[in-house]
Design a protein around this ligand. Structure first.
Ligand code: SAM
Length: 290
């Protein structure tokens, strides 16, 4: 049996043949490890009825693997110099649509509507400079997306899935877990990319919940309390809310509200669960902020 050239070798050849220059400002670190590619495909659980939205195809390595599993792949690439390369390299597939745009400007709901209205599965090796805006844009606008399987910076992935009392737990954990059930699928070292990034990576799958994990009347208030509780990490909940919350209240009044939610005012934000924060949002509802 003849041996297949490695993904690293094939990538090098493509870069050379097309005289392609990597653009650092677009976060271009192409995946060159077959096992990691297989891992992304397996955890994204693509079935033949699925429409996949890929963000940043690069030279189309992940795109091809996805197109073999899905009904259709819509892939959005910002770098116009990659578009003719992608059209050539993906010419054998009739289920890939290539869009040359910035993902933050694309109407994701429209992509779902144009493809039968099913919620999309988002899969990507994300450009690290805009990981959080891309994911939060999908979640906060509650776009028609069923799951998000992405390679991102390891620290961000750890923070997204962290539980109370751990060092990675913070506002990002709570906001992510309000919308999703996270699953950390793999750690990925720097040598799996070309060129090597200067941070480690991880693959995380976020299964978007049908309804947010907790019910609150005012989502913005919930997120404000969460962010305020972590604004001064070493300080107690009471001091964070007093110093940074913007409520025109004395410490005694704030203590009264915190206790009304069944919480000790001296705890730190990292001790509290999402349900605790939802309880706080309930008792703070209607209280004016400056
Ligand atoms: N998917 C390829 C792979 O796994 O080898 C490339 C991944 S590379 C980390 C990120 C890709 O996202 C690059 O192709 C980059 O040009 C593209 N990109 C960066 N910013 C983008 C944006 N705002 N919208 C769409 N694509 C973007």
């Amino acid at each position: 049996m003849t041996q297949q050239p490695s993904l690293a070798y094939k990538t090098k050849q493509i870069i050379k043949n097309y005289d392609f220059a990597f653009k650092k400002n677009f976060g271009q670190n192409f995946l060159v490890d077959e096992r990691v590619l297989e891992k992304i495909i397996s955890v994204s659980e693509i079935s033949p009825e699925d429409v996949v939205l890929e963000i940043g195809p690069g030279i189309g390595t992940l795109t091809q693997a996805l197109a073999k599993k899905a009904k259709k792949v819509v892939t959005v690439e910002i770098d116009k110099t990659l578009i003719p390369i992608l059209h050539e390299l993906l010419a054998d597939f009739d289920n890939i649509e290539i869009i040359n745009d910035d993902i933050l400007k694309v109407d994701i709901a429209e992509i779902s509507a144009q493809n039968g209205g099913r919620p999309l599965k988002v899969v990507a090796n994300l450009p690290y400079y805009i990981t959080t805006p891309i994911i939060m844009n999908i979640l906060e606008k509650q776009l028609p997306v069923e799951s998000i399987t992405v390679m991102i910076q390891k620290e961000v992935a750890y923070r997204m899935q962290a539980q109370p009392e751990s060092k990675d737990y913070g506002a990002l954990s709570l906001v992510t877990q309000y919308y999703c059930e996270p699953y950390l699928a793999a750690n990925v070292p720097q040598n799996c990319f070309m060129p090597r990034p200067n941070v480690d990576s991880a693959v995380i799958r976020l299964k978007v919940l049908e309804r947010p994990a907790v019910e609150v009347k005012d989502r913005e208030l919930l997120f404000h309390i969460i962010k305020t509780a972590f604004a001064q990490r070493r300080k107690t909940l009471l001091n964070c809310l007093y110093n940074c919350g913007g409520w025109d209240m004395s410490k005694e009044e704030l203590t009264g509200l915190i206790n009304k939610a069944g919480i000790d005012e001296k705890v730190r934000g990292e001790m509290l669960t999402l349900e605790d924060y939802a309880g706080l949002a309930k008792v703070f509802d209607g209280e004016k902020r400056s």
